[in-house]
Design a protein around this ligand. Structure first.
Ligand code: C5P
Length: 224
């Protein structure tokens, strides 16, 4: 839709546990924009397919699940078939499964329109792996947000413990490395820093500093 092109989008792509979700949400709140956590959609497909006992190699069935997913996002909660699954999709198990099924073209295609539908006035902030490259190539500001694997494992560990979810830091670091490897080397929509994306390395930045960098870039390039 022509009209859509006039609605500003800020994309924040990056590896797992880089803090992109936290930063994207804070920036969206500050600007009064909508927010899309695209990883949640892949995690929801993972949750639903494990509930249904679907084989991870069955691309067609997984793509079908992705097409028919009955989900809603309300405030900070995620619902699958009207059941609250906010924490259920956050487990490492769900993340690993999501990363496996995200390598299928059929699954990714099934989620394109659903993601683009989040583009509404006054604007959208979105995070994921292919937001700037595939889903919103005309975004006004594209960011590649990362941090060292050690710092990301520590952040993820803290996040899980705070939620009362059991975690082991060494196992987390290994899972993060494996997931990075799979997400960056898959054939379809691999996670990569593109030339048109700005690099934001948060290894030694606070959340506040990272949020401010994004806001400054946005104000410099795009805000009226
Ligand atoms: O960002 P999050 O860790 O919640 O994403 C879970 C998995 O979903 C990622 O490891 C990645 O494989 C996949 N994903 C993707 N494209 C996106 C968002 C997430 O392939 N835009």
């Amino acid at each position: 839709m022509m009209y859509d092109k006039m609605i500003p989008v800020i994309t924040i792509d990056g590896p797992s546990a880089s803090g992109k979700g936290t930063i994207a949400q804070l920036v969206a709140k500050e600007l009064g924009f909508h927010y899309l956590d695209s990883g949640a959609l892949y995690r929801l497909v993972a949750l639903k397919s494990s509930q249904e006992g679907v084989n991870i190699s069955d691309e067609d069935v997984l793509a079908e699940i992705a097409s028919n997913l009955d989900v809603s996002f309300e405030n900070n909660d995620v619902f699958l078939e009207n059941k609250q699954v906010t924490d259920a999709i956050r487990t490492e198990q769900c993340g690993v499964l999501a990363s496996k099924l995200a390598s299928y073209q059929g699954v990714r295609d099934s989620l394109v329109a659903r993601q683009r539908a989040f583009r509404k006035l006054p604007g959208l902030v979105t995070d994921g792996r292919d937001m700037g490259s595939v889903i919103f190539p005309d975004a006004v500001l594209k960011i590649y947000l990362t941090a060292s694997a050690e710092v990301r494992a520590q952040r993820r560990y803290k996040q899980l413990i705070e939620k009362g979810i059991n975690a082991n830091i060494n196992a987390l670091q290994e899972e993060i490395r494996e997931r990075d490897e799979r997400d960056s080397h898959r054939e379809i929509a691999p996670l990569q820093k593109r030339l048109d994306a700005r690099l934001l390395d948060t290894t030694s930045l606070s959340i506040f500093q990272a949020q401010n960098s994004v806001l400054e870039w946005y104000r410099a390039c795009c805000a009226n």
